[in-house]
Design a binder for this molecule. Structure first.
Ligand code: SAM
Length: 146
């Protein structure tokens, strides 16, 4: 065996091969990570999306952890219809409400945010919360499927 031949084999097995194997392993791990971490069959929340800092980010995270076919059940108070007088009040009182109620927003369009996230199906039902606080009466409940 020529010396040059030996050197090429040595370089391949001791230097290039481990690097290639490591790169392949990293690619496999990158592919598997979201699948292995996706562990939830279903997720549920009630009246939390009004208070989170970034609704879209939270919903994306919910979708990420769900397995395909997993369901997300939600119930929240939401913004009243555009151009309604209640919406006008919600928009004006929101800063005050947020400060008084631990960062709760009374004018969030949560249904449209859920629709934007890219669930395979979204079912939203509207209802009026049984409360004397008119500002948080408009509400939704529903299910979205990953
Ligand atoms: C209006 S309370 C609802 C409490 C309860 N889920 C219920 O249905 O009665 C809103 C809650 O959301 C919680 N919250 C705010 N941001 C959150 C977040 N990023 N992750 C989890 N909970 C959060 C607040 O601590 C608060 O307890």
């Amino acid at each position: 065996m020529a010396v040059q031949d030996f050197e090429v084999k040595t370089i391949f097995f001791y230097y290039l091969f481990p690097v290639i194997a490591l790169l392949l392993l990293l690619r496999v791990l990158k592919y598997l990570k979201p699948r292995l971490l996706a562990c939830g069959c279903n997720a549920i929340e009630t009246f939390v999306l009004c208070s989170v800092r970034n609704t879209e980010k939270v919903l994306q995270e919910v979708k990420r952890v769900l397995k395909p076919g997993g369901k997300f059940f939600f119930m929240d108070h939401v913004a009243a219809e555009h151009s309604s007088s209640l919406r006008w009040f919600q928009n004006r009182l929101n800063p005050l409400w947020k400060a008084a109620a631990d960062d709760c927003h009374i004018n969030r369009e949560i249904a449209s945010t859920i629709n934007k996230i890219g669930f395979s199906s979204v079912e939203v039902n509207q209802f009026n919360l049984n409360t004397f606080i008119v500002l948080i009466k408009p509400s939704i409940y529903g299910t979205s499927v990953k």
